[in-house]
Design a protein around this ligand. Structure first.
Ligand code: PEP
Length: 252
């Protein structure tokens, strides 16, 4: 079977104002037009309306960086799936290690968010990954398998075939320290093997698994060429036009 469509997804985190965001994607859309990779920008909530308008007619899709699982109600400061869908959002990043660490996001919450995102007709990008201590203790596989197993509880095989999983070792995020290609491939392979166990080979072959953690223009090609790595979730480098363009065109 041929490899899945590569995804280059930017995670802007808490960066860029709405006007800076529009200026950025207006330049990006010409640079990445016709790319073989699927291009996604994960922008702050307040940037979503302007960015969606700016990317109309281009091949850039928009991701939110969080969502609440309830459809509405007394949840001050939160945003629902229906609100994001109404704006035209395609993807929602959930379970990022920064949200797990600073906002106490648990695997159970991530599971509820995944359910709600799929029900609203969007696609979750579910992040997982071990800390440096866990890697040194030799529990990376157990930890990542547990995170993904709980995140996917109750999802059908068909739904799992459409979601995106991002393996992001915490020690490689924003540190400039990329996992080696072999380390990244090994854990993405472990995740795919888990999907085979839970949902069967056909489903596991369809699910996209990204690597994230200091992906840059000069390591994207090698990483994305690995059999179990279907692209990257890119933080810092996605804020720079030249860098992100090169990551999108990794195979050019
Ligand atoms: C991320 O936050 O998802 C990420 C991978 O960040 P960076 O590329 O900056 O390490």
């Amino acid at each position: 079977m041929s490899k899945r469509v590569i995804m280059a997804a930017g995670n802007w985190k808490m960066n860029k104002t709405p006007s800076e965001a529009v200026e950025f994607v207006n330049s990006l859309k010409d640079r990445v037009a016709g790319s073989t990779a699927e291009v996604v920008v994960g922008v702050p909530f307040v940037c979503i309306p302007g960015v969606i308008e700016a990317v109309k007619g281009s091949n850039i899709k928009v991701a939110a960086q969080n969502v609440h699982w309830e459809p509405n109600g007394a949840y001050t400061g939160e945003v629902s799936c229906k609100m994001l869908k109404d704006l035209g959002v395609d993807y929602v990043i959930i379970g990022h290690s920064e949200r797990r660490e600073y906002f106490a996001e648990t695997n159970e919450m991530i599971n509820k968010k995944a359910r709600a995102i799929l029900d609203a007709g969007m696609t979750p990008i579910i992040c997982c990954g071990e800390s440096l201590t866990q890697r040194e203790q030799g529990v990376t596989a157990e930890h990542v398998r547990y995170q993904i197993k709980v995140a996917l509880l109750g999802l059908s095989a068909e739904e799992v075939s459409r979601i995106v999983i991002a393996y992001e070792p915490i020690w490689a995020i924003g540190t400039g320290k990329t996992a080696t290609t072999e380390q990244a491939e090994e854990v993405c392979g472990i995740i795919r093997e888990l999907l085979v166990e839970l949902y069967g080979k056909d489903t596991a072959e369809k699910t996209r698994i990204l690597y994230g953690g200091s992906v840059k223009a000069d390591n994207a090609k090698e990483l994305f060429a690995m059999p179990n790595i279907d692209g990257g979730l890119v933080g810092g480098a996605s804020l720079k036009l030249d860098e992100f363009e090169k990551i999108v065109k990794h195979d050019a």
